[in-house]
Structure formats: structure tokens, C-alpha cells
Design a protein around this ligand. Structure first.
Ligand SMILES: [Zn+2]
Length: 75
């Protein structure tokens, strides 16, 4: 396994965001789990990439409607 960047998607508000795999490993060691930065809902892993650029393109595909990776509102 050589994943460097993980795409997580919120189960509640569907926000997608990218976390370095290293950060996830550190959090797991500390017994923490990532939650949605907007609503603090549970998140699901929806992708993993070695290359940040590829990862961001994937997220952009998810949120193409509004053209922004962050600050997208799905209400
Ligand atoms: Zn959320």
C-alpha cells in the first residue's frame, strides 16, 4: 500500500476533502478519527491516490457543479 492522499466524504453533508495518509495514520495511532470539518459528521473513505494533483482532480470531478473543492454547499 502506497497511498499518500486519502479522499474522505462526509456521510451527512457530502463534503469531500483530502487528508494526507500520514495524518490519518497519526490520528489512528492516537485513537482519533476524522470527522467532517463542516458538520462533524462521520466520513467515508472514497478514494486514495499517491499524487496530490490526481487526487484533487478527482475531488474536482465530484464537485464539478460548483467548480470549487472547498466551500461547496449541498443544502
Ligand atoms: Zn459534513
Amino acid at each position: 500500500m502506497n497511498e499518500e492522499y486519502i479522499i474522505l466524504e462526509c456521510n451527512k453533508c457530502k463534503l469531500s476533502f483530502i487528508i494526507p495518509a500520514d495524518g490519518i495514520r497519526k490520528a489512528e495511532v492516537m485513537g482519533n478519527y476524522f470527522a467532517c470539518p463542516l458538520c462533524h459528521g462521520g466520513v467515508s473513505k472514497v478514494g486514495a491516490y499517491e499524487d496530490l494533483r490526481e487526487c484533487m482532480e478527482k475531488v474536482n470531478t465530484y464537485e464539478r457543479v460548483n467548480g470549487r473543492v472547498r466551500q461547496t454547499r449541498y443544502k
